[in-house]
Design a protein around this ligand. Structure first.
Ligand code: GDP
Ligand code: MG
Length: 187
């Protein structure tokens, strides 16, 4: 039990990081995971997964009206992806910085996209853009599918689980643990 680590629990965020099919095909899985691992964030979920069309459409529903939307759905479902949840204080914004700009030609050297990609349509990795979307995408809050759409107000572990569905992770797929290095990362 480490009281100094529990104190800031409310500030702890989750972000959904995904190595896209091009990253998997190009053998960049280890490289991408290691950047988050070396930074000092905590991995709480990890799997190789073949994304289906319905999930890709739900994940990218805000981009539905964009001209590139059909090719985006084809791209994300074109092969296995690596789904991850990384946890930590400020992890959502920090992961976006580690990933770099959407267009890899504009992404700074030192970022994942800046170092490893050249085109927006093949930008190797996804990261949640807000703490709220981090929750939506990691399945920390399960989604209640209703006629209106997806209700984020239903928390994981409560209510009738048979009526619930997670976005990228299911109940039981995430691990709560304390890394041995924790006291050497946070004072
Ligand atoms: P992100 O948050 O940096 O991933 O960028 P967005 O949320 O704006 O877009 C989501 C994903 O859609 C991007 O990572 C790209 O894979 C794809 N995308 C965005 N804009 C374009 C575009 O102009 N052309 C193509 N082909 N794909 C795009
Ligand atoms: Mg985005």
């Amino acid at each position: 039990f480490l009281p100094h680590l529990v104190a800031s629990l409310e500030q702890v965020e989750q972000t959904y990081i995904m190595v896209k099919p091009d990253g998997v095909q190009r053998g960049l899985v280890g490289e991408i995971i290691s950047r988050f691992e070396r930074k000092g964030f905590k991995l709480t979920g990890l799997k190789l997964f073949q994304c289906h069309k319905e999930l890709a459409e739900e994940h990218y529903k805000d981009l539905k009206t964009k001209s590139f939307y059909p090719t985006l759905i084809d791209y994300i479902t074109s092969g296995p992806v690596v789904c991850m949840v990384w946890e930590g204080v400020g992890v959502v914004a920090s992961a976006r910085k580690l990933i770099g700009s959407t267009n890899p030609l504009q992404a700074e050297p030192g970022t994942i996209r800046g170092d490893l990609a050249v085109q927006t349509g093949r930008n190797v990795v996804h990261g949640s853009d807000s703490p709220e979307n981090g929750k939506r995408e990691t399945g920390r809050f399960l989604l209640l599918k209703e006629k209106k759409g997806w209700d984020l107000s239903v928390e994981s572990g409560t209510g009738d689980l048979s009526s619930l569905a997670a976005l990228w992770f299911k109940e039981g797929e995430l691990c709560e643990w304390t890394p041995a290095q924790a006291p050497w990362l946070m004072e």
